[in-house]
Design a protein around this ligand. Sequence first.
Ligand code: SF4
Ligand code: SF4
Length: 300
Amino acid sequence: MKTLTILSGKGGTGKTTLTASLAVLLARKRKIIVADCDADAPNLGLALGLKEKDFSSWKEVETNEKAVLDEKKCIGCKKCLDVCNFSAISWDKKKNKPIFNSMLCEGCGSCQLVCPAKAVNLIKVKNGKIGSAKTKYNFNLISGQLKIGATGSGKVVSLIKEKVMKEGKKQKAEIILVDSAAGVGCPVIASIQGSDFILAITEPTPSGLSDLKRALRTVEHFRIPYGVVINKYDINKEFSKKIEIFAKKYKIPLLGKIPYNKEFVNALVNLKPVVEYNKKFEPLFEKILEKSLEKLKNMK
Ligand code: SF4
Ligand code: SF4
């Protein structure tokens, strides 16, 4: 079982659109399973026409902790106030005790460590959910969602990856396709870990290129081979050329260039992968898929 991950340095570059179409094409010839690891903004299900009710088995997960105060034990020393780097503790002057803000608490545990009175407890919180759904394109999607205002999406992503590995083995999948979280943070690291090849999508803008470079530095840290796709390359051909020159200079395979087309938006509005919405786009995505599979084949 090999893992192909679609990554972007920031949101809104067409990562989910690309994943949805590659998944549909790939499922026509190989046994696959797909993971939506963008737990902060999971849209792959929508792009594949799935609704919340199609996910048969939503399961709440607890991957984070929050600090809570045992007022009776607190001696008002303020040590916790000094160590919190997330502004999650304020001071109640009347009571001479700390107030813990659960929305801001990251569960790092520093306050518990420094508290001389053992007045801080860390309690597990339900911060997300994970579910799976059968798509009409002959593959299952495992997706996860972080609760509004909750933290700890990296750990939710790790659980999504665990589940997709388990399900993939059970279903004898040949390939796992992963729609990664966007950016360079903890959820991205969790998304790309264990990948055999990464397809990084970018757009021809200065921020697109700079975000791509940042994302690729993260990928390089894990020594995962990668290639690049330029989305909407024709909205700024000059800048697309710059990305191509960058790719050539660092021997990064350029696996495709996708033009801007209103049909991509129409496909999203109609909750269909673009290759299903308008067949004329099939050869374009098929070419990107073939090149990616060729790279994947060469990985151990
Ligand atoms: S657990 Fe960490 S983030 Fe939460 S209140 Fe304590 S120090 Fe602040
Ligand atoms: S460190 Fe402990 S005892 Fe001191 S103020 Fe905070 S909770 Fe109270």
